[in-house]
Write a protein that binds this ligand. Structure first.
Ligand SMILES: Nc1ncnc2c1ncn2[C@@H]1O[C@H](COP(=O)(O)OP(=O)(O)O)[C@@H](O)[C@H]1O
Ligand SMILES: [Mg+2]
Length: 488
């Protein structure tokens, strides 16, 4: 959430818009990555909840592209609207009574029309001051790493256009960066624009907010060190840092984490000396250089394997399962996590703190050699890891079932047998090996593993999928491997 006292101008502009029946019903909060859009969206959700005007809040996440899709968005939104608004609930209940299967329709446009558009347009008896506001964060993260090429994203943008034809009282806030397809959409869709600028043109109010944030953080740091004077590091330094940040909240957020992680005075001096001009790329490069001053090839390899997995895995895994999947020592993992504390979160599940670091680390022109994550190389590493995990882990009757004549649904406590006999990384491998395979060109090692898998583990794999309720996924994975073997 926004720190107390920050973003007041933007929040009040948005709240005023929610009360303006003459304004377009879509508000686009636009800004460069790291200016603080998601944080504003989170705060808005809380503020609207407090005044009972929250329809629903949904946050697209690039790293969870498979679970944050237009389909999950609209299902969630209609559920929330139904929970909070009786007239909408009545329409939804009637709809689902008539046709429960609508939730599973493959056509997401139908879903949008039936779950959102129809119930909203029919609910014309909600008093104006209570009309729901829906918040959708990070349109640009819909579709994951595929970005503008993603079908999810394309169809979602069409539906946004549909929203603009709803009655004006049904307000929708969308946040995103200004990528070309999104710019195009809004150039022909009526909306209210709130732009948070960055760089040279950064809004003076943003800079004031950033100073408030820095002052607060430095008081905290100075409080933890008896040797630092209370006013440390002084208004001149705060002003200088604010200037360099150029409206990017993420920039100050990262330097504060970085400063807290070592000798504060030395680290602050290092930042000031190396980052004379702004930008996240320079900052991330200098953090990598201090954190890994003279990395060995082995260290770099582990760095790439870990970051590659964090970015490319289809669903996040706990650290304890990443270790065996990637064949990495726990001390190596600990070392890399420690060094990267200012950019990744390591509580149980590894997560990149902000998408701008993913952009940086996958951009060969920005990221220092050795640290760069090459998508294809890391997918290959993951495909090998999954196949070899399955080749060594899958076996006949993996759950030790007493008889094969009993249906899965009749086996007592099957789910706890699955948890105790199929490790998380083996389960991941069984579900997603083909997703990684689909991303790579021919590779001899992968081919060898795949051959062994098909000849020696195939039936055990089906059996494992079956007890995990995933056997319906098998045919599409087999198709992927057939295509892979043919084309490559
Ligand atoms: N108003 C704020 N108060 C405190 N911290 C903030 C504020 N806005 C942003 N931040 C910090 O900056 C980081 C980046 O902001 P975020 O909202 O993720 O940016 P965006 O969504 O525009 O990319 C956040 O993780 C948060 O820690
Ligand atoms: Mg964001």
């Amino acid at each position: 959430e926004c720190m107390e006292g920050t973003r007041q101008d933007i929040l009040s502009e948005i709240l005023d818009w929610t009360n303006d029946i003459t304004a377009p019903n879509i508000l686009w909060l636009k800004g460069y990555p790291g200016v603080g859009k998601s944080t504003i969206a989170t705060t808005l959700v809380e503020k609207l909840r407090a005044i009972r005007r929250l329809g629903s809040g949904f946050f697209f996440k690039r790293e969870m592209a498979d679970s944050t899709t237009p389909r999950t968005l609209w299902r969630r939104t209609s559920y929330d609207l139904g929970r909070r608004y009786l007239p909408i609930r009545n329409h939804l209940v009637a709809l689902l009574r008539a046709d429960e299967d609508i939730l599973d329709t493959p056509n997401v446009h139908n879903l949008f029309r039936q779950l959102i558009i129809d119930p909203l347009t029919k609910s014309d008896d909600i008093p104006f001051e209570h009309l729901p506001v829906v918040i959708i964060d990070a349109l640009d993260e819909c579709g994951g790493l595929d970005g503008q090429r993603s079908d999810h994203r394309r169809s979602f943008m069409k539906m946004l256009k549909g929203w603009s034809h709803l009655p004006r009282g049904f307000k929708l806030v969308v946040t995103s960066r200004g990528e070309s397809d999104i710019e195009n959409l809004f150039s022909t869709t009526s909306h209210h624009l709130v732009e948070v600028l960055a760089g040279q043109t950064a809004n003076p109010n943003s800079s004031k907010d950033i100073m408030v944030f820095l002052d607060h953080q430095f008081v905290e740091i100075a409080g933890a060190y008896k040797s630092l004077p209370p006013g440390w590091p002084g208004p001149d330094v705060v002003r200088r840092l604010t200037e360099i940040a150029g409206g990017l909240f993420i920039w100050v957020d990262v330097i504060i984490k970085f400063i807290k992680q070592g000798d504060p005075q030395q680290r602050l001096a290092y930042i000031l000396q190396r980052n004379v001009s702004g930008g996240l790329e320079a900052l991330y490069s200098s953090i990598l250089k201090v954190s890994f001053p003279s990395p060995s090839d082995e260290e770099l390899r582990s760095f790439r394997a870990i970051l590659g997995a964090v970015i490319l895995l289809k669903t996040p895994l706990p650290i304890s399962s990443l270790l065996p999947l990637l064949s990495i020592q726990s001390s190596t993992m600990e070392y890399i996590c420690n060094q990267l504390q200012s950019v990744i979160n390591c509580q149980g599940i590894l997560q990149v703190h902000h998408q701008s670091f993913v952009d940086f680390i996958m951009d060969p022109t920005a990221c220092p050699a050795g640290f760069w994550i090459d998508r294809e190389v890391e997918h290959r590493y993951l495909a090998r890891a999954c196949l070899s995990t399955m080749n060594s882990g899958l076996r006949f009757n993996i759950c030790g079932l007493k008889s094969s004549y009993i249906r899965n649904s009749d086996v007592q406590d099957l789910s706890s047998l699955v948890t105790s006999h199929i490790s998380i990384h083996l389960s991941y491998s069984s579900h997603f090996w083909a997703s990684h395979l689909a991303e790579i060109s021919f590779d001899k090692v992968v081919h060898g593993y795949l051959w062994e898998f098909m000849h020696e583990r195939f039936l055990f794999w089906l059996e494992a999928l079956s007890v995990m309720k995933g056997v319906n996924l098998a045919s599409s994975m087999i198709k992927i491997s057939v295509t892979w073997l043919r084309v490559r």
